[in-house]
Write a protein that binds this ligand. Sequence first.
Ligand code: KQY
Length: 364
Amino acid sequence: MSQTLSTPAADGFRMPAEWEPQQQIWMLWPERPDNWRFGAKPAQAAFCQVALAIADYQQVSIGVSAAQYDNALARLSHANIRVLELSSDDAWMRDTGPTFVINAAGAVRGIDWAFNAWGGLQGGLYWPWQRDDQVARKVLAIEHLPRYRTDDFILEGGAIHVDGEGTLLTTAECLLNNNRNSHLSPAEVEQYLRDYLNVSTIIWLPEGLYNDETDGHIDNFCCFARPGEVILAWTDDTSDHNYARCRTALAVLNSSTDAQGRQLKVHKMPLPSPIYATKQECDGVDIVLGSQPRSPDIRLAGSYINFLIINCAIIAPSFNDPMDTIAKSILHEIFPDREIVMVPGREILLGGGNIHCITQQQPK
Ligand code: KQY
């Protein structure tokens, strides 16, 4: 694995859309007891359900510590699943794994963004994060793929979505947050996105979903469905903290054109009813100074937008909510050529994210 000193755009590489053909999906095994209740055992079961659902369609590689290697291997026995020893600080492959880029000849490379655990010492979610920051490099080494490293630019994969045709969606709440790249102006942040992802149009939503621990990652709030079409989390409940966020985002999307000059079609995806952790769920999480406190009073950022597109299917979270059926039928209408597979998402949500956050697609 070599480090490439140029930038992807200069070398003719671009980030493909999630619906473009994929080689495999990368994941990590959850273990830390100050994030996942009861020693991460329920979370491990939830991650297994996600990995096995994906493996029905395509290859999955999952990184796990030496201590948990045998356990993960035994629970993920499937011809399409490869279990690899790979240390990390937690299990958010979307954010710590590489962002893959491709060129017209079909070559694949990876971007290894600097990572600071969603805000470093200014509101970050734990310390240290050194092993997480090494995940992208290790994945690219395993795959023998060239690596672009941005030592001076922090980004998590969940903070961006692209349409593969020059348009990027993100939120100012996250990417312009002082706890990420305070040394850069908004124009300089945009230049990094253009240079590394080869995009020409950047659509900034002011905020993501209310109470998202990541400072409003786009992947929990709004995503592309295909070029020219986006799906936005939605509520009509005026008392919901997300009410103003959704309307402001819709206004931005309605007044935006994408890189190809198209007006965006916006599909609304209803939010599940507000979700809170129970006291028992919170009590199962170790209390560690510097880690995210857990309380039954804190609304969790549950959203059906946090789904993963794979080659022939959509893997989406369900929340044991009547809205699950509606969300599934909306996804079915938007993606008629893909099977819609719902996997319980509550346990992953308790840890601070969902299916999109724990997966990363590697393009063909
Ligand atoms: O992408 C994500 N949603 C990661 C969230 C990390 C939460 C750690 N408690």
